[in-house]
Design a protein around this ligand. Structure first.
Ligand code: 6R9
Length: 647
């Protein structure tokens, strides 16, 4: 095993804020004296009224609730902008790189960011936005997307970002669920040289959702779009008359900051709610712990603002820490597979934070695109979104980082607000494929199916035994669903839905989801969502969806479809179903394989046996792999499925 241990590089050992001993001591203290530790940590934020109470959460039925710093008052945009003005007003806060490599980058200093965010906040106010209103943000990766989030935070409105790749139907569902009154969008988005008709999608979505009164449209490409009188507002026109100062709304620590919809194993996507004080503290603290940001570093999180990673590690964490955060509009591999490394060189990027799926796709193109660039500025490499296979880890470490950059593999979830298990660059020896050790305040356990706590080296279900400041507060509009989903499988503990192994050194290795969530290119997809989309098709009687291993995406989507009795399977229908799902949910839900199945394996009580469907999709079709099929209502169904596998 020794060759599999990558010790902390000497430069990091000498200079980082934390070393192995101080990391361990901090973790121990955070669990032993949580109130003292967290009230001390709270001082990294600027409070209007500092909190005197830290954790008041309970995971127990009866007095269930998550609450932190409840008597504190603050504003998130002030913490991300105003408080930096005196010391680093002229430091670049947001450095923006266009999709088009020939276009000049844009730079906003903290002082300019202040003016932009205030103007945006004033435009929102003149459109009628008030504290507590929900505002849906459906934007490309342009600086205005970050301004929009911070402007919402400034006036106390709750933003709900919907990824620009979601369809009008999916957007409408998310607008209606939280009763948004305003949508912020752009004329079009750009990615990889293609345009995305964002405003046209909003128009279609608003035919399905009646709650929206105003649509604020940022001019991003200048493409022709329709504007509806009385409803649609051009941002640049409204901003021309808006003041560049806007008082910040004082917010209680537990006032909502944002909703972000995410897929679960059942039902429609859940609106994960994060609040003001605890979330911001967690984003800022974990950004420091994982990346040890120092003034002058160019920090690049190559995620999209539509996902939680973009919220916590493009916008809130880095800006709360006064960092220069690079925001990139396009794709890592366009116009060439070397684009990501060219951007690293162009901006002398110090920290790069991306996803395993991106690394796998780039690895396939060969090392030449990497070695053609310098990358001399790189000091730290991060990953997030899915388990990183050791092969991709080694490539990232050896070829991209030339052995000098620690790989910070951060395990966390939309629900957790920020990194939960991750290395710290100056403190943690690395093992390829392990997210290593828990962050301060995080008390993980591995439990078996019956909830028995497994000690030492063990494998099972990953749970967390106590609240931390970044934990979500509720599912928007359905507090009971929050409790039922996360706190009843193992009463008194937060269920992550992930499996994990802990080795003899106490390192955690995430093994993937143990529920019906699949991870496609680092994006969470509920199998139930894809199934509901498929059965909406007039020719489909029944559908079952599972994940299967995919070289680039990590997991692909495999759908078993039973047609209505009078319908015949055909390739045309198969293509039609793929298109149908893309229209219902969006391109990220594109099925990779559709198998027409005259029958699905069911128990006598009618439950679909997904275990068997997963095995068949994975190509494990021996009797031994398929296991006991005697409880099936009709065992012959399985033979048919095995015979007609499609990948
Ligand atoms: C941040 C984010 C959460 C799910 C999570 C897990 C998987 C994320 C991971 C990882 C192994 C890592 N996941 N990071 N698995 N190692 N470093 O991705 O949030 O979109 O909510 O997805 O992603 O399965 O449960 P989200």
């Amino acid at each position: 095993m020794s060759q599999d241990l990558f010790p902390v590089p000497p430069e990091w050992r000498a200079n980082a804020r934390r070393n192995a001993e101080s990391r361990a001591a901090e973790h121990a203290r955070s669990l032993a004296e949580p109130d003292a530790y967290w009230l001390e940590q709270a001082q990294r934020l600027d409070w209007i009224t500092p909190p005197t109470r830290a954790d008041e959460s309970s995971f127990a039925e009866g007095d269930f609730g998550v609450r932190w710093f409840s008597d504190g008052v603050l504003n998130v945009s002030v913490n991300c902008i105003d408080r930096h003005l005196a010391e680093r007003g002229d430091t670049v806060a947001i450095l923006w790189e266009s999709d088009n490599p020939a276009e000049a980058p844009r730079r906003y200093t903290y002082r300019q960011l202040h003016a932009e965010v205030c103007r945006f906040a004033n435009v929102l106010k003149s459109a009628g936005a008030k504290k507590g209103d929900r505002i849906t943000v459906y934007m490309p990766m342009v600086p205005e997307a970050a301004f929009a989030l911070l402007a919402c935070a400034r006036i106390g409105a709750i933003h709900s970002v919907v990824f620009g790749g979601f369809s009008p139907e999916a957007l409408a569902g998310r607008i209606t669920d939280c009763d948004s009154t305003i949508v912020i969008t752009a004329d079009e988005g750009r990615r990889g040289g293609k345009t995305i008709a964002l405003k046209a999608n909003v128009d279609k979505a608003l035919d399905l959702s009646a709650c929206v009164q105003k649509v604020i449209v940022v001019q991003a490409t200048g493409g022709a779009i329709a504007m509806r009188d009385g409803r649609d507002i051009w941002y640049h026109e409204a901003a021309a008359d808006a003041a560049s100062d806007c008082p910040a709304e004082p917010m209680q620590a537990e006032d909502p900051l944002f909703i972000l919809y995410t897929s679960g194993s059942t039902g429609k996507p859940k609106g994960v709610l994060h609040t003001t004080g605890g979330y911001l503290l967690w984003a800022a603290l974990t950004h420091e712990l994982c990346f040890d940001y120092r003034p002058g570093d160019i920090y690049w999180c190559a995620a999209d603002i539509g996902w939680v990673t973009g919220h916590s590690y493009i916008v809130y964490g880095p800006l709360a820490n006064g960092a220069t955060t690079l925001m990139y509009e396009g794709l890592p591999n366009w116009p060439t597979p070397g684009r990501i490394w060219q951007i690293v060189d162009r901006h002398a990027v110090h920290t790069l934070f991306t996803a395993p799926t991106v690394l796998r796709a780039l690895m396939k193109e060969g090392d030449g695109f990497v070695t053609a660039t310098s990358r001399a500025s790189l000091r730290l490499l991060g990953t997030v979104g899915e388990p990183i296979n050791p092969e991709a880890w080694r490539w990232y470490h050896t070829v991209v980082g030339e052995g000098r950059c620690p790989i910070i593999d951060t395990w966390w979830q939309t629900e957790t607000g920020g990194a939960m298990i991750a290395p710290m660059p100056g403190a943690t020896d690395l093992k390829p494929g392990s997210a290593t050790l828990p962050m301060p305040g995080v008390d993980p356990q591995i439990v078996d199916a019956d909830g028995k706590v497994l000690e030492g080296a063990a494998e099972g279900n990953l749970v967390v035994t106590r609240a931390w400041p970044g934990l979500m507060r509720t599912v928007w509009g359905d507090h009971d669903r929050f409790f039922q989903t996360y706190f009843t499988t193992y009463p008194g503990k937060y269920t992550t839905g992930d499996g994990a192994r802990r080795d003899a050194d106490g390192y955690y290795w995430i093994t993937g989801r143990v529920d019906d969530v699949i991870n496609v290119s680092g994006h969470r997809m509920g199998t139930a969502e894809v199934e509901s989309a498929l059965v909406l098709h007039p020719k489909v009687a029944e559908a079952a969806v599972v994940g299967f291993p995919h070289d680039i995406k990590g997991q692909g989507i495999y759908a078993y479809v039973t047609l209505n009795a009078d319908e015949d399977p055909s390739d045309t229908l198969r293509q039609d179903l793929v298109k149908w799902v893309r229209t219902e949910i969006g391109p990220i839900a594109t099925p990779d394989a559709i198998q027409f199945a005259p029958g699905l394996p069911k128990t006598r009580s009618g439950k679909i046996m997904r275990r068997i469907l997963r095995k068949i999709a994975e190509g494990e079709v021996s009797a031994q792999a398929l296991g006991d099929t005697s409880t099936l209502a009709d065992p012959a169904v399985v033979e048919n499925l095995v015979r007609n596998r499609v990948v």
